[in-house]
Design a protein around this ligand. Sequence first.
Ligand code: 5GP
Length: 209
Amino acid sequence: MREPNLFLISAPSGTGKSTLINSVLAMADQTSLPLELSISSTTREPRQGESDQDHYFFISLEEFHKLREQDFFLEYAEVHGNYYGTSFEFVRSKLESGVNLILEIDVQGFRQINDLDLSYKSIFILPPSMQALEDRIKNRGDEDATAIELRLKNAKEELTFASEYQHIIKNDSFELAAKQLYAIIAQDDAYQDKNHEELQQFLAQLLSS
Ligand code: 5GP
């Protein structure tokens, strides 16, 4: 059996990242691959349907800063005006118990972990188009216009970091994207990234639209 691993997954809001990750968690369950999604702490308000300790540990800004000062976080970042952080202890205990762990983090968090002496695989997920991304962000309907604008602006900025990741997946076909993500996580030796040049061209196209 291989050593449990950390998988850093980033994607702009509206890329369908959470749905893909949920699908991959279900696939892992079916194949008895020990895989979990790390639960971060955040100062953001819970959205409808989200519960504490399940989706996030929802904490106050004061609490967040206190934990940050105590070096509680492996990485943390301010994203869209809220703070998010990964607990060092959470990650350590999962890996030690043999569980592969997905960190769904933004590009700033990825860069911080990149600077640490840790073994991980990094994956960036691209939306099928800028229009699809915009539609998804707007149709979520749970944030005001300013928050939506901020997410859109940040989405474009985040895309400029995609090339720093070891793997890039284009989420145009959900089934295919989920299969590709699972193959990377299950460390399937037969898996090969899609044509790198084609993906780079697509990324350039997204950035110019
Ligand atoms: P949301 O508010 O939509 O749940 O998440 C917003 C962004 O914060 C997403 O890009 C997500 O990947 C990122 N994020 C969630 N948890 C963490 C974390 O613990 N650390 C970092 N750096 N980013 C996070």
